[in-house]
Design a binder for this molecule. Structure first.
Ligand SMILES: *Cc1c(COP(=O)(O)O)cnc(C)c1O
Length: 378
């Protein structure tokens, strides 16, 4: 049996080797390393996959969030409502731009931002909401868009963990996550559901004017060569990454299927285990299982992590410290914010290996060891 990994990128590459190698070699041969034709064709393919009018590639998912906030013209002191229960990138760029992060709690079932908490946090200074589709589960976008419309707020969807997920509105309309808010952002970090072989990211929007602004900001604020109208940055997707991503995008739906099947198998194995809550699948969306995350109550979570490690089974705590308890945000006084669900989950979540190359034997070993540990605790 191969060693178990959180994400098995080597095995995935072996299966795509011919296609990927040919795509990378063609970039090397053309030597169009920056803004080569693959960058544009990948952006067009992703736009059509995601049902967005514009996809603007950039250097990584963190830049995508930053550029989104710059493009919306947010000004120092403007308040941005965001979950604390997320990867640091979502919240860090808010502070970097001297905006004010307003951390709100998440829904204990979906792990995503709680619409009621958003409403309660709105002030005259609120300008934007940044929902995160955490672990591949979409946030409640219907409610969030209603709140945003009522209060005239922009919505930036952090879709780094949920590319390919679908949101089903109550009138039956289906939209892919990332294409619902004012701007959607994503990351092509290698371990993401659509991952490159290095860094990469993208923004998407249906707004033509915003798309133009985003393009300018990502390219030194340039309107034409050497004419810089606004302050921007330098954030590009490499041609080699675009070539890899174009190959992998064709497999994304199959990858999502295999993640969902693995999640089904985990669900079945843990069904009825005392103290274990398997991931909730909101009826309004298609979960794409970037992570398979259990909530353990009355079970020593860190003990399980160590026990699995001693059996060569990796597991991860996403994330051990929520944003509002990070030193980075001390000056905002955010540690005094009361986010009971976030704190409760932080002590209890554990993510198991989740990828597209899991073997039956590996799956059995993981589930057997998890169940063994739980039984020892009860
Ligand atoms: C990965 C990730 C990002 C940042 O992506 P990078 O490409 O690593 O900059 C942002 N938000 C979330 C929720 C992520 O998981």
């Amino acid at each position: 049996m191969r060693p178990i990994q959180m994400v098995d990128l080597k095995q995935q590459y072996q299966k795509l080797k011919e296609e990927i190698d040919a795509a990378v070699i063609s970039v090397l041969e053309s030597s169009a390393f920056i803004n080569g034709p693959q960058v544009h064709s990948f952006a067009a393919s992703l736009a059509s996959y995601n049902g967005a009018r514009h996809v603007l590639p950039c250097a990584n998912g963190t830049d995508a969030l930053q550029i989104a906030m710059m493009a919306l013209g947010l000004q120092p002191g403007d308040e941005v409502i965001t979950p604390s229960f997320t990867y640091i990138a979502t919240t860090e760029v808010i502070a970097l731009l001297k905006l004010t992060p307003v951390f709100v709690d998440v829904d204990p079932k979906t792990f995503c931002i709680d619409p009621k908490a958003i409403e309660a946090a709105i002030t005259p200074r609120t300008r934007a909401i940044v929902p995160v589709h955490l672990y591949g589960q979409a946030a409640n976008m219907e409610e969030i868009m209603k709140i945003a419309d009522t209060h005239g707020l922009a919505v930036i969807e952090d879709n780094a963990q949920a590319i390919g997920s679908e949101y089903i509105f109550s009138d039956g309309t289906v939209k892919k996550t990332g294409s619902i808010g004012t701007i959607g952002t994503t990351s092509f970090f290698p371990s993401k559901n659509l991952g490159g072989y290095g860094d990469g990211g993208a923004l998407m929007t249906n707004d033509d004017a915003l798309a133009e602004t985003i393009k300018m900001i990502a390219n030194h604020g340039q309107s034409k060569r050497y004419y810089h109208d606004i302050v921007g940055c330098n954030s590009r997707l490499d041609t080699i990454q675009a070539a890899v991503l174009e190959v992998k995008l064709k497999h994304l739906d199959a990858y999502i299927d295999s993640r969902r099947k693995l999640a089904d198998a985990y669900d079945q194995a843990f069904q009825g285990q005392p103290g274990v809550t398997t991931p909730y699948r909101a009826p309004y969306s298609k979960h794409v299982f970037h992570q398979y995350t259990l909530v353990l109550d009355g079970i020593d979570r860190n003990g399980l992590h160590d026990y699995l490690a001693s059996r060569n089974i990796p597991s991860m705590i996403y994330y051990p410290v929520p944003a509002h308890r990070q030193k980075m945000f001390e000056s905002f006084g955010s540690s005094a914010t009361s986010l009971p669900v976030t704190d409760w989950l932080t002590e209890r979540v554990i993510s198991l290996p989740m990828h597209t190359e899991m073997e039956q034997e590996q799956l059995e070993q993981i589930t057997t060891e998890v169940v063994n540990y739980i039984n020892k605790q009860y």
